[in-house]
Design a protein around this ligand. Sequence first.
Ligand code: C2E
Ligand code: MG
Ligand code: MG
Length: 538
Amino acid sequence: MADKRKASWGSGELYDLLCLMMLGTCVWLLGVQLGAFRSLDRLIIEHNLADLFKLGFFMGLGAVAASASKSLRLRRAMRERDAAEARAAETARHDPLTGLANRRLFAERLDERRAGGSGGRLSVFVVDLDRFKPVNELYGYEAGNAVLRAVGERLVRTLPAESTVARLDGDEFAALVESGPGGEGLARLAQGLIAALSAPVTWLGHEIKVGATVGIAAAGPEAGSAQAVLHAADLAMGQGKRDGRGTYRVFESAMDEALKARARLEADLRVAIDAGQIEPYYQPVVALPGQTVTGFEVLARWRHPEHGLLMPSAFIPVAEETGMIGDLSYLILRRACLDARAWPNHLQLAVNIAPQQFQDSELALRILAILTETGFQAHRLEVEITETAIVQDLEATRATLGALQALGVRVALDDFGTGYSSLYHLRELRFDKLKIDRSYVDSIAEDHERAKLVDAIIKLGNSLGLVTTAEGIETKTSVDWLASQGCDFGQGYLFGKPMPRAEIDRRLNEGLLDTGPVAPKRDAVSKPVLIEKIEKAA
Ligand code: C2E
Ligand code: MG
Ligand code: MG
């Protein structure tokens, strides 16, 4: 494009020069015809002015040459400026890494194609890579960039020639595809894309594998603005991710409704945390075989002003995804520590801590602040984490675990048997307790294989010096069997469902909870000593 421009400028200049010469020639011819130069010739001869005229002629020629050169320089500068502008415009519309269109150019192309009347046959694909983050983490950014470039090339190769392919953001790509009537062609195309992007990328001898999830939205006139179409395809892609990745979904209006409901839930949850609508419920934990209550697991409930009492599954995942889980958990812990002040002081509290919180290097200090503020002793507190926390970052988990244990807080591995259940984790990290997941416990009576597994977990715990708690005990048969296998603690509906503080108060006052003999009081350790311990552990 820049070369074409150069050629047209050169011929333009020549044309201007020729025009001026023609004009001069015409004036000269006219002057000769009319005899206008005769008196001038006479004057030159009579006064001997030939040299003066020659001087004037050459000075004029010099002036013309100078002005021509200036004009040439000016034109060159303009040409360079135009080329730079064109380059800047190109850069502003393209992704520098893959050379594909960027979000802005993609939206412009979409608008152009729809204005051109082909909107009815156009579809937008949003393609998001699966498992891309670990590529950067494992191999570094150079490898990540190589994968993104390969993905760009494969998209261009796989899609029809007239499609516009763009990189929207990070590992998110989009394509504007013209399709025939019916959704079959689109489905085939989406499957082809997923297959092409799932093939490994070779980088410095490594075979790097990512996958892709695709969202498709029709770009017809009823679909709203270019942004709205992209948003719709993005929603469909999000649905694909939730449905298990490596798949494609076509946008349906119900997805929009679901998203709006989710946004409302997030806003409501923020208000609920600030307004103290999230409250702790307490489920008894008993020692086996005697079944005396040794403490409670603290479980969050949301007393929603419109929907009544909501269970954790309705809001804990949202709190985790939006980063509200920290505020929520500290609120629950503070309230539980305050509630427990009214109960016999040998009773323990177990709180659930989300995996993200375990990556927070300040977790132990935050918990210490709450313990100090509420006067609840650290040795009465147990923190429950799941294996998801460990696999996210083993080193961060190790540091937090050490800091908590230095405080005197015990750490339990929750839902054991459902996650990775890796012996490596148990060997690498020093837990105090294993909580055997409910799914194992509730089937021990009927399922012999399951029972054998539970037995093996109890023995494993014992051999590693860990105490074990069985969750979800609902029958007397189960508890008797678990106790006979050496399980140390039990929790389940058989001993009590999660209940509000008032109910625990009532049962304690009426002697309905056997809390056993009161344990001797331990000496409280001062806060500065505890901080020193945390720092040493970290
Ligand atoms: P979890 O920590 O494994 O808690 C045990 C769950 O099993 C509780 O469900 C409890 O009500 C239920 N359960 C206990 N015994 C029985 C039984 O005999 N039968 C049956 N069917 N269920 C029993 P809940 O309260 O719905 O909590 C579910 C999960 O939500 C918890 O699993 C925990 O992972 C999470 N959660 C609850 N509160 C919090 C919180 O404050 N913070 C965080 N991060 N997670 C929480
Ligand atoms: Mg738990
Ligand atoms: Mg559990």
